[in-house]
Write a protein that binds this ligand. Structure first.
Ligand code: NCD
Length: 305
């Protein structure tokens, strides 16, 4: 039995298989419409979500399966003091696969040790978010047709932004990839990403402050929200929240084939005036997330179509 807790548990070959499966689902949705008939996905969301939870649910419905779960800790027995381990032991009796989001780093890993069904990490604190990365990878693949030889700018809250951590890990396995990490000093990428991911793999990277200066060399610009809920004090959040606001003006020096990604939700780090720019990919990215979650569910449930 396989879980998905960290994106690095999937080899690059497996990522390619998931992408090929997602592309086949896009082309032939009917072929998959009953693939998970009689199967149930449990969505255990201890932290707010729109896209991740709803796209998991839509993914399971489009595979002909069913969904059960909760969307806030308050409405589960966690509010009575139940442990994550006990919750998943119980849910293992009712469902075939679990998607779990939790504010504590490592909670889905703990759940996977206890569960008798596959557990998917749908975001754990400021740590990882592997299925967002699957959405990001399909978006890059569909837009660029490759993962190699790309200069990727990640911009905003690189400290608490879990999607960035998973994306850097995943992309570090492709040749010719370079990262430009754009953030204020206080929100730099955690040291372990540099020491455990970038340096051992000899990946070229820069840590810079200015989005404007970085813009001309980027092939991908991955914007992120400042993660208010992970700050220890509101004053720091208020001071840092408007550091980067992408506007059409700032895109003037960008490549014509730049792709702008954002895991969403957006607060104000991308002006709505950018939405009409053909380089804006964030809504396509949200749709791609559903297809990759469909492919992942099929893989973990070992359903052959
Ligand atoms: C992200 C998350 O939850 O980490 N959202 C998502 O899943 N698409 C990004 C964010 O909340 O900023």
């Amino acid at each position: 039995m396989r879980h998905l807790i960290d994106i690095m548990e999937l080899s690059t070959e497996e990522i390619q298989q998931l992408i090929d499966c997602a592309i086949d689902i896009i082309a032939n949705p009917k072929k998959y419409a009953e693939a998970c008939h009689g199967k149930k996905l449990a969505t255990l969301f201890f932290e707010p979500s729109t896209r991740t939870r709803l796209s998991f649910e839509a993914a399971m419905y489009e595979l002909g399966g069913n969904v059960l779960g909760f969307s806030e800790a308050q409405s589960s027995s966690a509010s009575k003091g139940e442990s994550v381990s006990d919750t998943v032991s119980v849910v293992s009796c009712y469902a075939d696969v679990i998607a779990m989001r939790h504010p504590k780093e490592g909670a889905p890993l703990v759940a996977s040790m206890k569960a008798s069904i596959p557990v998917i990490n749908a975001g754990d604190g400021g740590h990882n978010h592997p299925t967002q990365t699957l959405a990001d990878l399909l978006t890059i693949y569909r837009e660029k047709g490759r993962f190699e030889n790309l200069t990727i700018g990640v911009c905003g809250d690189l400290k608490f932004g879990r999607t960035v951590h998973s994306l850097i890990s995943a992309m570090s396995r492709y040749a010719g990839v370079k990262f430009v990490m754009i953030s204020p000093e206080e929100l730099r990428v955690p040291r372990y990403i540099i020491s455990d991911v970038l340096e051992p793999n000899n990946i070229p990277y820069e840590e810079v402050r200015s989005l404007e200066k970085a813009m001309p060399e980027l092939d991908i610009l991955y914007m992120t929200r400042v993660q208010r809920e992970r700050f220890f004090n509101e004053a720091d959040y208020i001071r840092l929240k408007d550091t980067y606001i992408l506007t059409p003006e700032k895109l003037r020096t960008a490549k014509a084939d730049l792709n702008i990604l954002h895991p969403l939700p957006r607060v104000n780090e991308i002006s709505v005036a950018v939405d009409d720019d053909p380089r804006a990919c964030y809504f396509k990215q949200a749709l791609n997330g559903k297809y990759m979650r469909m492919a992942l569910i099929l893989k973990l449930l070992e359903v052959a179509v």
